[in-house]
Design a protein around this ligand. Structure first.
Ligand SMILES: [Fe+2]
Length: 194
């Protein structure tokens, strides 16, 4: 059984306690649904598997939707913070190589937040050996395999609407200024990205 992780904070300077609490409820829902899906999968009739309509098909679709929802939320909750942290030398170098400058990276990241409906993802593509900013409309749509996820921004309305209304740009800009780079640096270090 997967368990929901506790948040390390109740609120942040750019996200209110109420907004965050509602967001956590949704995250917790994905945990429950993943557990329920995997429980049902144990009893699904494999002989009836069919790509147009079958119980196993719908369970497999539910599993990746819920699991990606969990992974993306946990990474997002981890990589936002309060401190004025900095990309370490390796991450800074990767950003410069991929985007030309830190400023260009910030501009593309914020613009992507307006161009997609679900997630903005800074990832290192292990095949291209390069950082990319990917956008995705839902948890299980727009996935690029064999990438290390470094920085995640949730741009679903539930992530910001109470605090920012329709001001998604303001929210994205506030997020960018509040990134917990220590968390990002740690992922890069773990995978020896440089
Ligand atoms: Fe979310």
């Amino acid at each position: 059984m997967m368990q929901a992780k506790q948040l390390k904070y109740n609120k942040l300077s750019f996200i209110s306690e109420k907004q965050l609490a509602e967001h956590y409820i949704l995250y917790n829902g994905y945990i429950n649904k993943l557990n329920e899906t995997r429980e049902k999968m144990r009893n699904a009739d494999l002989k009836l598997a069919n790509a147009t309509l079958s119980e196993l098909r719908s369970l497999k679709k539910s599993e990746t939707f819920a699991l990606n929802g969990i992974k993306l939320h946990e990474h997002y909750f981890e990589n936002m913070g309060e401190n004025k942290t900095q990309p370490n030398n390796d991450v800074f170098k990767l950003i410069n190589e991929a985007f030309g400058s830190y400023q260009s990276f910030k501009e593309e990241f914020a613009a992507t937040a307006l161009a997609v409906r679900g997630w903005v993802i800074l990832a290192y593509d292990l095949d291209e050996k390069k950082l990319r900013i990917f956008g995705s409309d839902s948890h299980d749509n727009g996935v690029v395999w064999n990438c290390v996820l470094l920085l995640i921004l949730d741009v679903y309305e539930h992530a910001y609407f109470m605090d920012y209304g329709t001001g998604r740009k303001k929210y994205a800009e506030a997020f960018i200024e509040s990134i917990n780079w220590d968390a990002v640096n740690e992922v890069a270090k773990k995978h020896n990205l440089k």
